[in-house]
Design a protein around this ligand. Structure first.
Ligand SMILES: *[C@@H]1O[C@H](CO)[C@@H](O)[C@H](O)[C@H]1NC(C)=O
Ligand SMILES: *[C@@H]1O[C@H](CO)[C@@H](O)[C@H](O)[C@H]1NC(C)=O
Length: 554
């Protein structure tokens, strides 16, 4: 009986995924009650019922311990995409719900009406990444660096000229903590001077920021952002991987984006340390990864995996959508290319391939598309915006055609829906390749897309149970954590505030130069010693030889 109640509770904990401490506490209570004081089955059952009922409120409602006070937290996200915003908002909302006051600087339109969050949107139009036609970058990823460079210049020149930003900068010391998105937001680092700050890294354990924190990720098994290799890599792949990661970092940090921004910032803030010095003082980084989905790698205590912190259990769908899905006799195909890769930018050629394919399918299709579509088959439902997670969570949804963005890939694993990724740019080919390797679906290349290929792939992924099995296993692994990722993120955020920047978390590696970090000075010294020894030995022998010959002659 004990075991069955135990598993029941475990199940409950897993379903609600509450604090593990409560789990232990509850089990200990149940254990003591069941074992020590109870003798007959009847009493045991009664007691158990009473104990369980008394404990249930604790299990259901207690999460983190209450915060020590209400903190003032500043989120600086002047350059982000609509999808990364979901990530930021999940943390901001969780903190605001705990009574902290959140101030947010962003390029996105305010969306949340939370009384404890106040948002300010700057209007520097170069930061509107959602207006960019990502398909233009499909074959030329280098063009992205040019785009980033232009945006960096615009931000550097414009951001601190805005009156509200100036005011925010003046009163920055009133905040208890600053939260920065570490991807493409270097322009805000003047804010963090002499302030505790943490970063959110939307692209997972991104190599450049990790190196700044003193953890150089090993390129022999961590795949660079811009290549689509899976692990294990071959010799050639490893060589390319190393070159790619150096190339990207060099262009970004040493040549194109940062140096120009640095020049602009130095002009406006002549007394501040360099941006990279300021970035190096980061207390903690919340990484959008989890080892169950991504590469398992050594991380610092200050690198916290919070992958899927934006994921939520299934909520009810709006009435019309729910009905459309429920009435689909053969299930539903969900098609969404994400916020940056907008469907509206798809060329007619590809749009027709999708329309013709969908007309041949017996399933119903839900397609996120930003414009009206003519000639749409009856089995296709078009919407500008969709509650993606709740759709993916519906058991009738059989497959997700995605662009392979990191957030979408996490949501689909969380809700256990097989995929057909059609990657477009940046890290999408890498994420897509990883999903195929894990058995969650089949990757298609945009360039090779045809109607028969798409029909065949859809039928395969829908009818072959192995994809659903693989992803549900991964989902199970992802859910099996001692606390939810969002609780973990909140706990560590408050931890940094409680300990004034938590300097004990800091890795000494962050303060070494790259020559010291790689022990190049020691290697140099060792070579010098060996060289000196041989040089001395050679000269000594030569002299000895000459003396010897001289003596012989005499
Ligand atoms: C906002 O913060 C206050 C305390 O500062 C708290 O009492 C209140 O519950 C918070 N509001 C919401 C909606 O969580
Ligand atoms: C580095 O961060 C700590 C708190 O985390 C802060 O007290 C200190 O002033 C910061 N140093 C610089 C140079 O910004």
């Amino acid at each position: 009986m004990l075991t069955s109640h135990w598993s029941l509770l475990t199940l409950r904990i897993l379903v609600t995924r509450r604090d593990w401490l409560i789990f232990v506490r509850t089990n200990v209570c149940v254990f003591i009650c069941c074992h020590n004081s109870l003798h007959t089955w009847k009493i045991r059952k009664m007691r158990f019922l009473i104990v369980s009922m008394a404990l249930l409120p604790i299990i259901t409602w207690a999460t983190l311990p209450p915060p020590e006070g209400s903190y003032n937290i500043l989120f600086l996200l002047p350059y982000t995409t609509r999808s990364h915003r979901i990530l930021h908002m999940s943390l901001a909302t969780a903190l605001a719900d705990r009574g902290h006051k959140i101030t947010m600087l962003t390029n996105q339109i305010p969306s949340d009406n939370h009384p404890n969050i106040s948002e300010f949107t700057h209007n520097i139009k170069e930061t509107d990444i959602d207006a960019v036609n990502a398909f233009e970058y499909y074959e030329a990823p280098e063009k992205f660096l040019i785009l980033f460079r232009e945006t960096y210049n615009a931000l550097g020149k414009g951001l601190y000229q805005i009156q509200e930003v100036k005011e925010l900068y003046e009163k920055r010391k009133e905040f208890d903590l600053i939260v920065v998105d570490s991807i493409l937001n270097d322009v805000v680092y003047p804010f963090v001077h002499e302030m505790p700050f943490i970063t959110i890294t939307g692209l997972g354990a991104e190599e450049m920021h990790s190196a700044v924190m003193g953890n150089v990720l090993n390129p022999s098994y961590t795949v660079a952002l811009t290549v689509d290799f899976t692990i294990p890599m071959t010799l050639i792949q490893r060589a390319i991987n190393i070159l790619e990661s150096i190339k990207f970092a060099f262009f970004f940090r040493k040549w194109l984006c940062i140096p120009e921004l640095q020049a602009e910032i130095s002009k406006q803030f002549p007394n501040l340390p360099r941006l990279e010095e300021l970035e190096r003082n980061v207390s903690l980084s919340l990484l959008n990864t989890h080892y169950s989905m991504d590469t398992t790698q050594p991380l610092l205590p200050s690198q916290i995996e919070v992958g899927c912190m934006h994921c939520q259990p299934r909520r009810p769908l709006p009435q019309d959508l729910a009905q459309w899905i429920e009435e689909a006799e053969h299930g539903v195909i969900y098609f969404n290319l994400g916020s940056v890769t907008q469907g509206a930018f798809l060329t007619d050629e590809y749009r027709n391939i999708f329309l013709k394919t969908f007309a041949k399918m017996k399933q119903r299709i839900i397609w996120k598309f930003e414009k009206n579509l003519e000639g749409c088959p009856d089995n296709v439902l078009i919407r500008k915006w969709l509650p993606q997670q709740d759709i993916l969570a519906h058991p009738k949804v059989k497959v997700f055609i995605t662009h392979g963005g990191l957030l979408s890939s996490q949501e689909t694993i969380y809700h256990s829906t097989p995929v057909i990724p059609i990657p477009v740019f940046l890290d999408q080919p890498k994420v897509a390749a990883k999903m195929q390797k894990s058995g969650f679906g089949i990757v298609l290349k945009l360039k090779e897309l045809t109607v028969p290929l798409l029909v065949e792939t859809l039928n395969e992924v829908i009818s072959n149970p192995k994809y659903a099995q693989a992803i549900s296993q991964a989902s199970h692994l992802l859910h099996d954590q001692k606390e939810t990722p969002i609780d973990r993120a909140v706990w560590w955020t408050e931890y940094v505030i409680r300990h004034q920047g938590a300097p004990s978390l800091r890795c000494p590696g962050a303060d070494l130069s790259w020559i010291e970090y790689l022990c190049l000075d020691i290697l140099f010294l060792a070579h010098l010693v060996v060289f000196t020894f041989f040089w001395a030995a050679k000269n000594f022998l030569a002299i000895a030889w000459r003396v010897n010959m001289k003596e012989k002659k005499e």
